[in-house]
Design a protein around this ligand. Structure first.
Ligand code: UD1
Ligand code: UDP
Length: 388
């Protein structure tokens, strides 16, 4: 029997999506190069070298076939420009399907552009919910899931969320937007961690030395969510409390900050920003590459973050995480007790920071995120969709 050959459009825009897409690109290269041709499209939502290009170089993904160069703008304008650009590429390339990742504005734009032109949407990281529709990401996820044909849920909780929204696991082929298929796959970021952790040791081991960090004796901090960066009270609570804790416990906090956080700190809290810059226990640095990041995570004592991806990676590396949010999509980590939600509340940040800093080795980190072969599973299922 002749094997199907499909043309797949891999769509990214924001930093974590480039990293996620590398797992699919790698699986195509290594296991499916005869069956799948990949067109790589970057919306340009992230564009600084350290937010975009660095990942293409480091994770060995070929340069985008199209970069729409959309850049930063308000939600409406940014999403509209993306939809326009993606639609043009779709009509020109006529792919068999479009792969989307996560919950950014690039995901939303991809799902609207593709579904309205009747290109099947494949959503990776389907079903995650915070149950807070004031988050832009929550709307992006719901709309993307409900425009998809194949939905790959990374966790049991995400799979259940999809069932609660009316998706039926027993649907039988042919799958379409009106008869979608849901799968429980595990997490492609776990695939990536397994693949890249060893490589990071070989290529980037110097990062600890460069930053004058001692293994297990520093705390990694990332902050970028709009709820934290755009609200001066929350921003102040978070950074003041962390600075005080670093000084009290004489422990280094290394902070690779997203550009939006630095922009906000400088504009809204310039005095505090200057104090952070001269504090001997705080190291504010530009965003780091993925290989550098996983080395920082692996060697940290604990992680403080509002990032979904970093929260999960803390678990991969068996490090507790303090999450500066009211809710999370990775709910299994909260039930497991290795991740705690503290919102931006100074008392809660303080209490959990002091508690978790010293309880590192007593915690248990079950394998919640699959077997490291999610990308292969996804591509196999995709081929079945087109195996007419
Ligand atoms: C986006 C996603 C968020 C994801 C994050 C990953 C949406 C709605 N949000 O948030 O879900 O967690 O990416 O990092 O899609 N900026 C730069 N250089 C860049 C990119 C951004 O300076 O290369 C600055 C600009 O001032 C911009 C701001 O960051 O206005 C926000 O960027 P944007 O892409 O709109 O959202 P993120 O906060 O990055
Ligand atoms: N990351 C990185 N460098 C950094 C910060 C994060 O490579 O300076 C990686 C991190 O390891 C994870 C992903 O980016 O794989 C998470 O992206 P981000 O925190 O921007 O977004 P979120 O996961 O919250 O959507």
């Amino acid at each position: 029997m002749q094997k199907p050959h499909i043309k797949l459009l891999n769509l990214v825009g924001a930093r974590p999506q480039i990293i996620k897409a590398s797992a699919i690109s790698r699986a195509i290269r290594t296991s499916f190069s005869e069956e799948i041709t990949e067109i790589f499209v970057h919306t340009g939502q992230h564009y600084d070298k350290e937010m975009s290009e660095v990942f293409f170089d480091e994770l060995e993904i070929h340069k985008p076939d199209y970069n729409l160069g959309v850049g930063s703008a308000g939600h409406g304008k940014q999403t509209a420009m993306m939809i326009t650009g993606i639609e043009e590429v779709l009509l020109k390339e006529k792919p068999d399907c479009v792969i989307l990742y996560g919950d950014t504005n690039s995901t939303l734009a991809g799902s609207l552009a593709a579904s309205k032109q009747h290109f099947p949407v494949i959503h990776i990281e389907a079903g995650l919910r915070s149950f807070n529709k004031t988050m832009p990401e929550e709307l992006n996820r719901i709309i993307s899931d409900h425009s998809s044909t194949l939905l790959f849920a990374p966790t049991n909780a995400a799979f259940k969320n999809l069932m609660n929204e009316g998706f039926r696991p027993e649907n039988s082929p042919p799958y379409t937007i009106n008869n979608p298929k849901i799968y429980l796959t595990g997490d492609i970021m776990y695939d990536n961690m397994l693949f890249f952790a060893g490589l990071a040791e070989k290529k980037k081991a110097d990062i600890l030395h460069q930053l004058e960090l001692e293994r297990d004796n520093f705390i990694l901090v990332t902050i970028h969510r709009d709820t934290n960066t755009d609200d001066i009270i929350r921003l102040n609570h978070i950074f003041s409390t962390l600075k005080n804790l670093a000084e009290e416990r004489t422990i280094t906090l290394v902070m690779p900050l997203h550009p939006r956080t630095v922009i906000s700190l400088k504009a809204k809290l310039s005095d505090l920003y200057n104090e952070l810059c001269v504090c001997r226990y705080i190291k504010i640095i530009p965003p780091v590459s993925y290989l550098e990041m996983i080395l920082l995570e692996k060697n940290s004592r604990m992680i403080v973050t509002d990032s979904g991806g970093v929260q999960k990676e803390s678990h991969f590396f068996k490090r507790p995480s303090i999450v500066l949010r009211k809710e999370t999509e990775w709910i299994e980590l909260i039930f497991n007790g290795t991740s705690v939600l503290v919102d931006a509340d100074p008392d809660q940040i303080r209490q959990q920071f002091l508690r978790l800093m010293d309880s590192h080795s007593e915690l248990d980190y079950p394998r919640f995120y699959g077997d490291g072969k999610a990308a292969e599973f996804i591509l196999n299922e995709l081929l079945l969709l087109f195996d007419k």
